[in-house]
Write a protein of this length. Structure first.
Length: 208
C-alpha cells in the first residue's frame, strides 16, 4: 500500500485518483499507524515551502515520516513542493527543510533579456539520466506538466535523475538512494506520469 501523506497542502485527490487508475492500493492519510504500514510514501505539495514545513511539524508528521524513510528505508516520492521539502533549505522562507537530499531550493533567476513568466507553468520535455522512475514511459520526448517558481539545485549533478529547461537547465527529478523527487506533477502528466507512478509503486513493493 502507498500512503499519500496528508499535511494540508497538495493535490491529494488527484494523486490518489491516478494511483487508483493504474491499479495501485493507496490511502490519503496523516495517521502514524497507516504511514508505518505503507510500503511506499508519497509527499505531494502545492504552495509555500515554509508553510509546508510548518504544517508537517504542526501535524506531528515530520518525525513519523523520518522514521519510515531514514530508519526503515521506506521509498518516498516527493512531488513538486514535496520534492522541495526534501532539501535542506529554500529561498522561499526561513524554515529548515527535511534535509534528506543534498540540495537547496532556488527561485528562477533569469539573465538580462530573459522575459519568461514565473511561475513556470505547462508541459516541458525532460532529459532522463536515471531511468528508475521512467522505465516503460512512452517513446521520447518524455513530456511532463510543471507548475513552479522554485527549483532544486543539487550539490552534485549525479543526483539529478532528469533535467528540463526553462530559461536554463534545472532538475526535473532527483534520486538519493530510496528518496525520489519529481518537480513535475505525474498525476497531471497523463501516460508519462502514469509510467512514473507505476515504477514507484513497483519499487516500493520490492523494497525490503
Amino acid at each position: 500500500m502507498i500512503a499519500i501523506v496528508d499535511y494540508g497542502l497538495g493535490n491529494l485527490g488527484s494523486v490518489a485518483n491516478m494511483l487508483k487508475k493504474i491499479g495501485a492500493r493507496a490511502i490519503v492519510t496523516s495517521a502514524p499507524e497507516e504511514i508505518r504500514r505503507a510500503s511506499g510514501l508519497i509527499l505531494p505539495g502545492v504552495g509555500h515551502f515554509a508553510e509546508g514545513m510548518r504544517k508537517l511539524r504542526e501535524r506531528s508528521l515530520r518525525d513519523i515520516v523520518a522514521e519510515r524513510v531514514l530508519d526503515a528505508k521506506t521509498p518516498i516520492l516527493g512531488i513538486c513542493l514535496g520534492m522541495q521539502l526534501l532539501a535542506r533549505r529554500s529561498e522561499e522562507g526561513n524554515e529548515v527543510g527535511l534535509g534528506w537530499i543534498s540540495a537547496d531550493v532556488k527561485r528562477f533567476n533569469f539573465g538580462a533579456g530573459e522575459q519568461l513568466p514565473i511561475p513556470h507553468m505547462g508541459w516541458n520535455e525532460v532529459d532522463v539520466v536515471d531511468d528508475t522512475l521512467f522505465r516503460g514511459a512512452p517513446s521520447a520526448p518524455a513530456r511532463f506538466y510543471f507548475v513552479h517558481s522554485y527549483h532544486v539545485v543539487c550539490d552534485e549533478a549525479k543526483s539529478v535523475a532528469a533535467w528540463s529547461t526553462y530559461g536554463y537547465r534545472f532538475a526535473a527529478a532527483v534520486r538519493f538512494g530510496h528518496v525520489f523527487g519529481a518537480q513535475f506533477h505525474p498525476e497531471k502528466s497523463h501516460k508519462f506520469g502514469m509510467a512514473v507512478l507505476k515504477n514507484f509503486v513497483a519499487l516500493a513493493a520490492d523494497a525490503p
